[in-house]
Design a protein around this ligand. Structure first.
Ligand SMILES: Nc1ncnc2c1ncn2[C@@H]1O[C@H](COP(=O)(O)OP(=O)(O)OP(=O)(O)O)[C@@H](O)[C@H]1O
Ligand SMILES: [Mg+2]
Ligand SMILES: [Zn+2]
Length: 507
């Protein structure tokens, strides 16, 4: 006889063996104890989380010779018959292969007959969402006038596809994905019972890979046990799962961090040509991204699947996390999820993986560029305000208007070369030219030259006239005044144009 698979062998035979669904089990047991049994239940939830098992347990509980009881004996004829799948009162119908109206009509015929042996007739319809509209309508009629002592249990992985008319007539229970910890615990128990030694890390990988499904976890453990001749090790499990090895995944995240498109594409090519399952690769990368998010939010979070996949300890995993911001990690998950979905639809996985990579790396480079620019602006602003402060404190002399100096020098030369202006030259030569803006010439006299300044003030009109003649345009003289509104050197004004902010004038 073929060996019974682990998940069959370990189907929960009592409510206490169903793990991770306490909210469902407690409510059901309570209803049985208080004799408030509904006519129809909807068990919704992911694959392999205990829906069918719980439906069978409910059947046992109702029909146990000692029942209805919340703790069926698992010994009596009824319990044993249900366990062995030969009870005449329990009907398991696969909604996926009996989708039509004929099957449901047939069901409605039999529903009217009394239970053969037990107290209740229990109809378990799996994958109820697969029924046709006509079948649903036929079923609805039965639900509207439920026969005595008939209990329907509808199970579905996609409750949103079940018509509201049906939903509203069912008591609904939602089965959850089972946590890695709980799965791992169960795996420890089962491998101990089976007398097989399994490394903790190996169990952890299996539990993580199962993604909340106990059946998947048990199938994987089964395979791993068949695969090994002694202890089940982490390496063996990884090899068996064709898990994208830690190196390839690490390289993938490095390529993303560096924005290295070519490296990334080569990686995909290599993975593909060495026979790796690219969908699995992308799913693993998504898990890593998810773990990176968790760890960057909480460095002391429990061991994450991503760490196992990358084969990294917490410290180096955190380092990887630091290369990405959260928004980007979310982007990785979303982009890869889309690529996985499209790959499954079209079977052109490599193409969609490539496209996802191009998108991700473009995004990374863009956000890096933006970040660099932001840093630059922040730095410049800091420099600018430091500069402004120094100018304000008079520690830095504002550079002179760049065209004023040659103009001033040549003007002085001209003044000096003529007798009638030589005197003006003598007064003006100690002045500092500040700016020449159109007709406006700004000059300052250092404190020590008050006499010179006074003389220039006194002869201002004449000097202006002479300067205008020499220059070929009207000159207006401003003494010891800052140039008009746009004060200071052009450099400052330009910087302000670029970065905004206020320019503080020196006193
Ligand atoms: N909550 C659980 N506690 C213990 N074992 C479980 C649980 N869920 C699933 N299993 C294991 O997985 C096997 C399959 O579970 P079951 O058939 O109840 O899942 P299901 O939710 O009906 O899945 P599907 O949607 O694929 O029909 C069980 O025989 C059992 O070994
Ligand atoms: Mg099922
Ligand atoms: Zn019993």
């Amino acid at each position: 006889m073929a060996r019974l698979s682990l998940y069959r062998k370990w189907r929960p035979q009592g409510f206490e063996s169903v793990v991770g669904q306490d909210h469902v089990i407690k409510t059901l047991q309570n209803a049985i104890e208080t004799n408030r049994i509904a006519h129809a239940y909807l068990f919704a939830g992911p694959r392999g989380t205990g829906k069918t098992s719980t439906a069978r347990l409910l059947a046992k509980a109702l029909n146990c010779e000692k029942g209805p009881t919340s703790t069926p004996c698992d010994q009596c004829e009824s319990c044993v018959a249900i366990r062995e799948g030969r009870s005449l009162d329990v009907f398991e119908i696969d909604g996926a292969s009996n989708r039509g109206i004929d099957e449901i009509r047939q069901l409605r015929e039999t529903v009217r007959f009394r239970a053969a042996q037990g107290k209740y007739k229990i109809y378990i319809i799996d994958e109820i969402h697969m029924l046709t509209i006509e079948a649903f309508n036929a079923l609805l009629k039965t639900l509207e006038e439920p026969p005595e002592n008939v209990v329907f249990v509808f199970a579905t992985t996609e409750p949103q596809k079940v018509p509201a008319t049906i939903l509203s007539r069912c008591q609904r229970f939602t089965f959850h994905r089972i946590s890695t910890d709980i799965i791992a615990e169960k795996l420890v128990e089962i491998s101990r019972e089976e007398g097989v030694e399994v490394d903790d890390t190996a169990l952890r990988i299996v539990a993580e890979t199962a993604q909340g499904g106990m059946r998947d976890a048990l199938s994987l453990l089964d395979q791993a046990m068949a695969f090994s001749s002694g202890t089940v090790t982490a390496e063996l499990v990884q090899e068996m799962l064709g898990l994208t090895d830690a190196q390839a995944l690490t390289a993938f995240f490095e390529a993303l961090a560096k924005g290295d498109l070519q490296g990334g594409l080569e990686l995909v090519r290599h993975a593909s040509s060495s026979g790796k399952d690219l969908i699995h690769f992308m799913e693993s990368a998504m898990q890593v991204a998810r773990s990176l998010l968790v760890v960057s939010a909480d460095r002391s979070a429990p061991l994450q699947s991503g760490e196992i996949l990358l084969g990294k300890d917490r410290k180096s995993f955190v380092k990887v996390a630091e290369a990405f911001d959260n928004a980007y990690l979310v982007g990785i998950i979303e982009t890869l999820a889309e690529a996985v979905q499209k790959s499954k639809q079209t079977a052109d996985t490599e193409l969609f993986f490539d496209l996802a990579l191009v998108k991700l790396i473009e995004e990374k480079n863009k956000s890096d560029e933006l970040n660099n620019l932001r840093t630059l602006v922040v730095e410049q602003k800091k420099k600018l305000s430091a500069l402004e402060k120094q100018i304000g404190e008079g520690k830095i002399q504002v550079a002179q208007n760049y065209d004023v100096v040659p103009y001033w020098n040549s003007t002085l030369e001209k003044l000096k070369s003529k007798k009638d202006t030589l005197e003006f030259y003598a007064f003006l030569v100690v002045a500092e030219p500040v700016a020449l803006e159109g007709p406006d010439l700004y000059i300052n006299f250092p404190e020590a030259y008050e006499f010179h300044r006074a003389n220039v003030e006194k002869n201002r009109d004449l000097i202006e006239k002479k300067l205008s003649e020499l220059s070929g345009f009207t000159v207006k003289l401003h003494i010891d005044k800052a140039p008009g509104e746009q004060t200071g050197p052009n450099l400052l004004a330009k910087t302000q144009d670029v970065f905004g902010g206020t320019i503080v004038k020196p006193e």
